[in-house]
Ligand binder design. Structure first.
Ligand code: DAT
Ligand code: MG
Length: 137
């Protein structure tokens, strides 16, 4: 049975810079999901390091933090039936080389370092990330 869920989504600095935000938001709404909250903002290093703490030992961590603080992002709370999994399907694989055509990353991303969009990977993390980026709702 499908469950009503909220997930945390972020359009990353590359897509905001390239003015792809509208096209990406259109895809989210077209598949029946709702934008509950949305705000353009710049992230500080501390917040990005916390958000990606599970990757702190990876060789690309420094580049990831630099990229995510390189310009504004658009952070969102997206809701709907099975919103967490639905957004992960809509986003496509982490590495754009593996992301299917028709997915957001498959169509807009060119590089695993700069892959256009973040979406929570499970319901527990969605709750944690919503609180991290929007505070207590
Ligand atoms: P996802 O964003 O699909 O949840 P993740 O949580 O494993 O993927 O990684 C977070 C981000 O870190 C990812 O969107 C881009 C970056 N990243 C992951 N693997 C990478 C790699 N092998 N090289 C460079 N950047 C990588
Ligand atoms: Mg992830």
């Amino acid at each position: 049975m499908a469950n009503f869920e909220k997930t945390f989504i972020m359009i990353k600095p590359d897509a905001v810079r390239d003015r792809k935000s509208g096209l990406i938001i259109d895809r989210i709404e077209r598949c029946g999901l709702t934008i509950e909250r949305m705000e353009k903002c710049e992230l500080n290093t501390e917040l990005v390091e916390q958000h990606y703490a599970h990757l702190a030992d990876k060789p690309f961590f420094g580049d990831l933090v630099s990229f995510m603080t390189s310009g504004p992002v658009i952070k969102m709370i997206v809701s709907g039936l099975d919103a967490v999994a639905k957004m992960r399907t809509l986003m496509g694989a982490t590495n754009p080389l593996d992301a299917a055509p028709g997915t957001i990353r498959g169509d807009f991303a060119h590089d695993v370092n700069e892959n256009v969009i973040h979406g929570s990977d499970c319901l527990d993390n969605a709750q944690i990330e919503i609180e991290r980026f929007f505070g207590q709702a």
